[in-house]
Design a binder for this molecule. Structure first.
Ligand code: PGA
Length: 234
């Protein structure tokens, strides 16, 4: 069983989500399918598909115009939230420290956070990939948690770029993440790979050790692209 999570980013409509949910109802799979959509689409009946948001406030409630709390997300029936996505880190200056506060907020409202870590091209070229990944995991995830989380390794230079790391690079990153999680008392936490996943590479990527699923951006927007990823593995 793998976790196949879609990230719609700032795309789609409520009707488009209903169409996607309808298209996914008849797909035979034992994999866990999640769609993380804009806040405005939460509350749509996901059927067999679990819904999530793409961000959450660090705050519970109060005078924070434009923000949405974990409790509000949970109130729509959503179960998941992507936290610390590369685009949040890049365009909204989210640091590991902020991400950890968001993870805490999500967990306290009963949401399962999908915590993203990964290196930029500059960090990769400076030979810092492993360091960035390990500090991302250690600093973005609170200590002593006893609730489920999901981690996603997303090499930031590969997102939306049609680029993917080599199989060896993905294997090395996922081994490091799995070992780091184990040292934090979080052995068995699913670790997804994300960045330029599509139907033609999904099965191969998910056959790499310690890759427990995928986080899919562009190829999650249309059933014709998303379904082949879901059915590419058992
Ligand atoms: P991509 O995006 O699949 O379009 O590369 C992945 C992501 O940003 O989660």
């Amino acid at each position: 069983m793998k976790v196949i999570a879609g990230n719609w980013k700032m795309n789609g409509t409520r009707n488009g989500l209903k169409d996607m949910v309808a298209a996914l109802q008849n797909v035979e799979t034992e994999n866990k399918v999640i769609l993380c959509v804009p806040f405005t689409m939460l509350g749509v009946d996901g059927g067999k598909v679990s819904l999530g948001s793409q961000d959450v406030s660090t705050h519970d409630h109060g005078a924070y115009t434009g923000e949405v709390s974990a409790q509000m997300i949970s109130d729509t029936g959503a179960k998941y939230v992507i936290v610390g996505h590369s685009e949040r880190r890049q365009y909204h200056n989210e640091t590991n420290d902020i991400v950890r506060q968001k993870v805490e907020a999500a967990l306290s409202a009963g949401l399962t956070p999908i915590v993203c870590v990964g290196e930029t091209m500059d960090e990769k070229q400076a030979g810092k990939t492993m360091e960035i990944i390990e500090s991302g995991v250690r600093e973005s995830i609170p200590n002593n948690i006893d609730k489920d989380i999901i981690v996603a390794y997303e090499p930031r230079w590969a997102i939306g770029a049609g680029l993917t790391p080599t199989t060896e690079e993905i294997a090395e990153a996922h081994k490091l993440i799995a070992d780091t999680l184990t040292s934090m008392g979080l052995a068995g936490t699913p670790v997804l790979y994300g960045a330029s996943v599509k139907g033609s590479n999904a099965a191969e990527i998910m056959s790499i050790p310690n890759v427990d699923g995928v986080l899919v951006g562009g190829a999650s927007l249309k059933p014709d692209d998303f379904i082949p990823i879901i059915t590419s593995v058992k």
